[in-house]
Ligand binder design. Structure first.
Ligand SMILES: NC(=O)c1ccc[n+]([C@@H]2O[C@H](COP(=O)([O-])OP(=O)(O)OC[C@H]3O[C@@H](n4cnc5c(N)ncnc54)[C@H](O)[C@@H]3O)[C@@H](O)[C@H]2O)c1
Length: 307
């Protein structure tokens, strides 16, 4: 059994917590946020939910980060969300400062933990956290886009969603790329179907912004999908998912999503099996990510780790 901590208990933090703990797979759940009483009241909510499902998982909640200790998995959703019209990258400066602060506080109390980054811009936040903490950090990356892509194709072609396979890779957000060489319907390559690829790509990139415009934030989709990523790690399911693991490019740790086996350990990826076009897209995404990330990092100026 595994101990899991949730750092940040806003809209997406609560949804991910619920979807990943409600099956009772964890020994202990730790809840942390800076808003007074929020962790404690959310603990009550979860206890009520656990009572009806006869779940014995222990819950602790706190506004003191030092109480987050001994976790095997730490899920980070702390930070600012987008407002309508904003890009994820607009959040870089504010949220990077939070990551640098968390990177100075969480590792010493949670040795050997795997960190699951959700805060946006998620791939860059994973890179920042990994850079400053030196801990194993993954970004939930494009698994969210992957499920958005599958759901859209299923709806368009009037097929059950479990008949659609395939992955989206690259950076989470506006630069995500559908890895068309992986996409199939009922076991047949997507090129055998009448589907407008540009329409699919646009949907994958734009639907989150549209949901935010009307609903104020995305919750149920990513909450369920990221819950599944966490479950794959906790239960060592070894599922193929499009998440981003740390890779070194030009001497810097960066995160770019590719389909990779997710379990207690992460890897190998199926990158080498992609066709040349998809590989080219990923190489371009990696370079673009690096260029923007370096610029963003330098915009942070002198940030010192508080010990
Ligand atoms: N990767 C994804 O697919 C995905 C999906 C949805 C949201 N997000 C991102 O997740 C983040 C949170 O989104 P939200 O909608 O839950 O926002 P929210 O405003 O509802 O919640 C954010 C929470 O973070 C807390 N917080 C801020 N600083 C903190 C700190 N230093 N330590 C602990 N907690 C802190 C806040 O008090 C708040 O409760 C945003 O950056 C958003 O863009 C990512």
């Amino acid at each position: 059994m595994t101990k899991i901590a949730f750092v940040g208990l806003g809209k997406i933090g609560q949804t991910i917590t619920y979807s990943s703990v409600i099956d009772g797979i964890f020994e202990e759940v730790m809840l942390y946020d800076i808003i007074p009483e929020l962790p404690e009241k959310f603990e009550h909510e979860l206890r009520h939910a656990f009572a009806t499902k006869s779940i014995k998982t222990e819950i602790i909640s706190s506004n003191n980060i030092d109480d987050i200790a001994g976790a095997d998995i730490v899920v980070i959703t702390a930070g600012k969300p987008r407002k309508p019209g904003m890009s994820r990258r607009d959040l870089f400066k504010d949220n990077a400062k939070i990551m640098i602060d968390l990177a100075s506080k969480l590792p010493s109390k949670n040795p050997g933990a795997i960190y699951v980054m959700v805060t946006n811009p998620v791939d860059m936040m994973a890179s920042v956290f990994a850079k400053y903490s030196k801990e194993m950090t993954i970004s939930t990356g494009d698994q969210v886009e992957t499920m958005r892509m599958r759901s859209f194709i299923a709806k368009k072609l009037h097929v059950p969603v479990n008949e659609v396979n395939g992955y989206v890779g690259g950076e989470h957000g506006e630069d995500a790329v559908v890895l068309w060489s992986t996409v199939s319907v009922k076991g047949k390559p997507i090129d055998q179907f009448n589907i407008d690829k540009e329409e699919v790509s646009n949907y994958v990139k734009q639907i989150a912004g549209e949901i935010i415009r009307v609903m104020g934030g995305t919750t149920w989709g990513p909450g369920t999908i990221i819950g599944d990523v966490i479950r794959a790690i906790a239960l060592n399911e070894n599922k193929l998912m499009s998440i981003a693991t740390p890779r070194v490019f030009e001497g810097e740790i960066i995160h770019i999503s590719v389909p990779v086996i997710v379990g207690r350990t992460i890897g190998p990826s199926i990158e080498s099996l992609l066709d040349e076009k998809d590989k080219w897209h990923l190489t371009t995404a990696t370079k673009d990510f690096y260029d923007v990330y370096k610029e963003m990092l330098s915009s942070l100026g002198e940030v010192t780790l508080s010990k």
